[in-house]
Design a protein around this ligand. Structure first.
Ligand SMILES: C[S@@+](CC[C@H](N)C(=O)[O-])C[C@H]1O[C@@H](n2cnc3c(N)ncnc32)[C@H](O)[C@@H]1O
Length: 288
């Protein structure tokens, strides 16, 4: 309740999390839970968990953080999109909320023996991931994109080439990333996904859809401004929240060389998933 009330006065908590005072203050809420529960000791600090999205749970997001990605992986494994030997690229990997399931998976003598590559613009979270994930299976790379919502202290080229070979990856995915990207950056990552995926490999990107808007549409979210194909919440900070028409998203996949692009969602969901499969014999759309 207190968290919900505070949230009303601070619409973009992510921006606050770069402030030194916020980092210290928010960590206070890590102390007692970590003393009581051993399972919570390896989590990234609270300000990072808030930065990547804790909803209204500014003080008590530990369990939500640990469980947030569970159903995503059930879906991907159940459909045979990945297995424990897969090569996976997670764009906008943050502090590793999706990666920790692969790191910690153990059943009898089975573990994840594939390769997991995270890409992000945030050097602080990349450094945290490098320190907390083994380098045999995990790598975390810095993207050159700029953002007014998230922080890149060393931006560079507008087109970022993902450091993976052509036709080498089973799944490229992102969660809560395309919801912060304008057209050029979406185009960049969709084309790169088409390049690096193996034929038959999948791309799954969470999006804000104008056809299936989030339950917050009309209150917290309006998407009332246009920048090209993007519907943005704020012209001053366009990457704060960005939505697209589903037809545009699907067409961008088709242009990059994907087949079977579709939106996977259910009623009342915040972020549908744009799911696309790379064709077996495709001519890739190359960056200009
Ligand atoms: C809402 S957070 C989601 C993090 C993570 N996917 C998760 O669900 O836990 C968005 C992440 O995307 C990163 N990001 C923002 N713009 C980016 C870009 N152009 N390229 C790569 N990462 C970006 C941010 O630094 C942040 O870690």
């Amino acid at each position: 309740m207190l968290e919900k009330t505070l949230r009303k006065f601070v619409p973009s908590v992510a921006a606050l999390t770069y402030q030194p005072w916020f980092k210290i203050a928010s960590r206070v809420f890590d102390v007692l839970p970590a003393l009581l529960f051993r399972e919570l000791r390896g989590l990234p600090p609270n300000y990072m968990r808030i930065r990547i999205g804790a909803g209204n749970r500014v003080f008590s997001n530990q369990i939500m953080y640990l469980n947030g990605a569970k159903n995503f992986w059930y879906y991907m494994f159940a459909r045979g999109i990945v297995d424990t030997t897969s090569t996976i690229v997670d764009i906008g990997s943050g502090c590793g909320r999706y990666a920790h399931h692969m790191r910690d998976y153990v059943f009898k003598d089975e573990t994840f023996t594939g390769r997991y590559v995270g890409i992000d613009i945030d050097q602080e979270m990349l450094a945290w991931c490098r320190a907390h994930f083994d380098a045999e299976r995990f790598a975390f790379h810095h993207s050159t994109h700029e953002s007014k919502t998230y922080s890149n202290d060393s931006p560079g080229e507008k087109f970022y080439r993902v450091p993976m070979d052509d036709n080498s990856v089973d799944l490229v995915f992102s969660t809560s990333l395309y919801t912060h990207l304008l057209e050029d950056e979406i185009d960049n990552y969709t084309r790169e996904a088409a390049r690096i995926l193996k034929p038959g490999g999948h791309m799954g990107m969470y999006v804000f859809s104008m056809d299936n808007p989030p339950p917050s549409f009309g209150s917290r979210h309006t998407f009332k401004h246009r920048i090209g194909a993007a519907y943005v919440e704020s012209l001053a900070c366009p990457e704060a929240a960005v939505a697209y028409d589903e037809a545009w998203l699907i067409e961008s996949c088709r242009k990059a060389g994907f087949v079977d692009a579709r939106i996977v969602t259910m009623k009342g969901e915040y972020q549908p998933m744009l799911l696309a499969r790379k064709g077996e014999n495709i001519a890739l759309a190359r960056a200009a």
